[in-house]
Design a protein around this ligand. Structure first.
Ligand SMILES: [Zn+2]
Ligand SMILES: [Zn+2]
Length: 309
């Protein structure tokens, strides 16, 4: 260990809890500001930028770091994760113990390229994905090169089957309806020693999932301690066109569907993956206030959740 690493180790404050979850990004795939969207206030105010949705899971006891999604913003997001849990290893690795992928849309996996030969050139970073997703990566360049050069090491997960991850927690992928051109799409039910959380950044419709045999939205909430749910659009008035055929739950619709739940259940829900057009991206908007008044939460980059009992 170098002197610098030893000093870093000595100055780390005691962990606030053993297992922690940190929001590294809460925007839709392309974040904000987007290409050509000249009126976005984030061009002039960097605090208003949206990074694509990603979560960081830290096991402080075992000194492990896991990411959910490899977004196009992974460079900034991994760096942000070092501000929460400093880099402890002195072996040139990223100190990254695993990446979980939900599906093959750009905001969720395109950042894997930064692990490749022209960038970090990592060695065997564990990447967990479902069978179609894993096969898509293995059989299509440039992703296949990450596997051929052992930059990443793939583990294939199975639907509705709990997999123990390095003796730190368990994940149970749940297949949901979504635009599945290249891969299936999953949400992850994650069971840590203290709490259970659910991460579902993309789904066409909760009703459609239930009709296909999935759980009801309220059962989903009742079955977890903390949920991060797709909230791409706020309502049907948001885009300047007919939105009736555009999938994704609306923030407003999800609040209405869960309105009868008691306050302690509603408080578990954190809206995430919001589009640049969704006004909940601005903490001072009337819509953000409405979310709060209804007892729900908007996930914000930098949010930290202790997952201990
Ligand atoms: Zn997405
Ligand atoms: Zn998607």
């Amino acid at each position: 260990m170098s002197i610098i690493a030893a000093l870093a180790l000595a100055t780390i404050p005691p962990p606030p809890c053993n297992t922690e979850l940190v929001v590294l990004g809460a925007g839709q795939d392309a974040g904000a500001p987007q290409l050509g969207n000249l009126s976005d206030p984030a061009w002039t105010d960097r605090d208003k930028r949206l990074l694509a949705t990603s979560l960081l899971l830290i096991d402080w006891g075992q000194r492990k770091r896991f990411m959910f999604e490899a977004t196009p913003d992974i460079v900034e997001q991994l760096q942000a994760s070092y501000e929460v849990k400093p880099l402890l290893r002195d072996d040139g690795s990223l100190d990254l113990d695993g990446i979980f992928l939900t599906h093959a849309h750009i905001g969720h996996y395109a950042g894997l390229l930064h692990l490749g030969f022209e960038s970090a050139n990592t060695k065997d970073v564990p990447v967990y994905a479902m069978p179609r997703m894993a096969s898509f990566l293995a059989s299509n360049a440039p992703w296949s090169q990450l596997i051929d050069l052992n930059n990443i090491s793939m583990t294939t997960l199975q639907p509705e089957a709990a997999t123990n991850i390095q003796d730190t927690f368990a994940v149970l992928p749940r297949v949901v309806p979504h635009r599945d051109e290249f891969s299936e799409t999953v949400g992850y039910s994650v069971v840590t020693p203290g709490k259970r959380f659910f991460f579902l950044p993309d789904i066409d419709s909760f009703d459609e999932w239930e009709a296909a045999g999935g759980p009801s939205l309220s059962a989903l909430v009742e079955g977890h301690d903390l949920l991060f749910l797709d909230s791409t659009f706020f309502d049907d008035d948001e885009l300047d066109r007919d939105m009736s055929a555009i999938p994704h739950p609306r923030t407003k619709g999800t609040m209405e569907a869960l309105a009868s739940l008691p306050a302690d259940q509603r408080a578990k829900v954190h809206f995430i993956h919001y589009n640049h057009s969704n006004p909940i991206r601005f903490p001072d908007s009337a819509e953000s206030q409405m979310v709060e008044e209804n007892g729900f939460n908007v996930a914000r980059r930098g949010d930290r959740h202790c997952l201990d009992l």
